[in-house]
Design a protein around this ligand. Structure first.
Ligand code: NHR
Ligand code: GAR
Length: 197
């Protein structure tokens, strides 16, 4: 019934998920010093650390990560500021039940440093995307998006904060849709079904 959340850092999206009352079975970080581990502990949620540096290959790290996840038999695995690209074998194992929140309006600005790149491009609209994770980084079927304006004089920090506020609203909502069985993947697209509950 529940969710395993993967983090690498601060954990503000994790906190938004927990505050929304989403059932989280465990939080797993690839870094021992991730501040999000303390957020999980504060909410009484089990934590685990699988350090990517302890593994010689991405395949070995992902196998250890999958073993740690599968102990909790989650319905959904949610990346929340998780910073390691996942191997095809890992993605295949969780096909259709692995989601990510990305800080841009995909397909614009996949990858890292999205806010700096949005400012450099002079775009007037930026935002965030929740998507299913596939082999191709930041290209999976899009579940939901939230736009924000880019304002004159914006810094990277100001823009990131504006996007983050939307992330904290969007991600719990999208996870709720998944858990309520409302998301149907149709090829490259996601249909959000009406709630008949
Ligand atoms: N894995 C797959 N296969 N597909 C996706 O769509 C993924 C993924 C893993 C993570 C999150 C993503 C983001 O939202 C995500 C989506 C990290 C990197 C990266 O380059 C890129 C995209 C994302 C997360 N990571 C470096 C690496 O070598 C390490 C960077 C670091 O440690 O700071 O893995 O942006
Ligand atoms: C969020 O903005 C998230 O979208 C982004 O990192 C931040 C994590 O913040 N994710 C990525 O860049 C993934 N590569 P948080 O740890 O406070 O949730």
């Amino acid at each position: 019934m529940s969710v395993v959340v993967l983090i690498s850092g601060r954990g503000s999206n994790l906190q938004a998920i927990l505050e929304a009352g989403i059932p989280v079975a465990a939080v797993i970080s690839n870094r021992v010093d991730a501040a999000g581990l303390a957020v999980a502990a504060r909410f009484g949620v089990a934590t685990g650390v699988v350090e990517h540096r302890a593994y010689a290959t991405r395949e070995a790290f992902d196998a250890a990560l999958a073993a740690a996840i599968d102990r909790h038999a989650p319905r959904l695995v949610a990346l929340a500021g998780f910073m390691r690209v996942l191997t095809p074998a890992f993605v295949a194992r969780y096909a259709g039940r692995l989601v990510n929140i990305h800080p841009s309006l995909l397909p614009e600005f996949p990858g890292l440093d999205t806010h700096a790149r949005a400012l450099a491009a002079g775009t007037k609209r930026h935002g965030c995307t929740v998507h299913f994770v596939t082999e191709q980084m930041d290209h999976g079927p899009i579940i939901a998006q939230a736009p924000v304006p880019v304002l004159p004089g914006d810094t990277e920090e100001a823009l990131a904060a504006r996007v983050l506020e939307q992330e904290h609203r969007l991600y719990p909502q999208a996870i709720r849709w998944f858990l309520d069985g409302r998301l149907v993947i149709e090829g490259d697209r996601v249909r959000v079904m009406e709630n008949h509950g």
